[in-house]
Design a protein. Sequence first.
Length: 276
Amino acid sequence: MNNPIDRLSINQVTTRDQWSLVEAIDGYARHGVTAMAVWADKLREMGVGAAARRLRDAGMTVTGYCAGGDLTARDGVAARRRIDENRRMIDEAAAIGSRCLVVIGGGLDADDRDLPGARARALERVAELVPHARAAGMTLALEPLHPMVCALRSVLTTLRQANDWCDALDAGPTVGIAVDTYCVWWDPELAAQIARAAGRIVAFHVADWLPDTCDLRLDRGMPGDGVVDIAAIRKMVEATGYTGHHEVEIFSARNWWRRDPDEVVRVCVERHARSV
Ligand code: ZN
């Protein structure tokens, strides 16, 4: 277990525009990568049964299934649809043996000005998902996103808030936290809130923040290309007892999604060994 690649997972969004799920499984395996995270649209394109078999045959550990949550809608019908969709995703995550279902908060409806209200709805609906997740043996990984995407993607924005939600839900191992360096690196409370999350961290996502970023979601940097001390954050996370994978997760419309995917995977392996 001393070879760094054994701790590396690649989130398949890193090769989103180049590879289908089957191509990603085979492509990562070709480079010696033994863990990955899977997205719902790609899984459904392939079919859950076929994907589960292929992942198993390739010896892939599935470190996460993306992306559940999005639970802030005010409209009751829309809210019900999202809860049903999340239940389906819990079942799919279980079918592929994922370690967790990643859960983001959801943004604000276009005419919604009540941020505390949206946060309260999201928390209530995570609570509604807990029994189904528990029955499926699936962990819901609350992932705070960077506050710059609060309106668009997630009213869950800080690790303090994720810890508070875990306290409020009191759901034991059914609810945990995903720490993503891209989303939390700026937080003055980072060290304290990671320490507080001891025993709750179920996923560790790594990406860098480019100082000249040109898109808040789709311009993530490869570890080593930006301003985040990823190794320092990894040490904080591992000091809590986390022994899981380091999942490289790069949304990159202007750069990595345009490159030869084999080159992308090669760079992931190198940078993980050097900068994570
Ligand atoms: Zn993430």
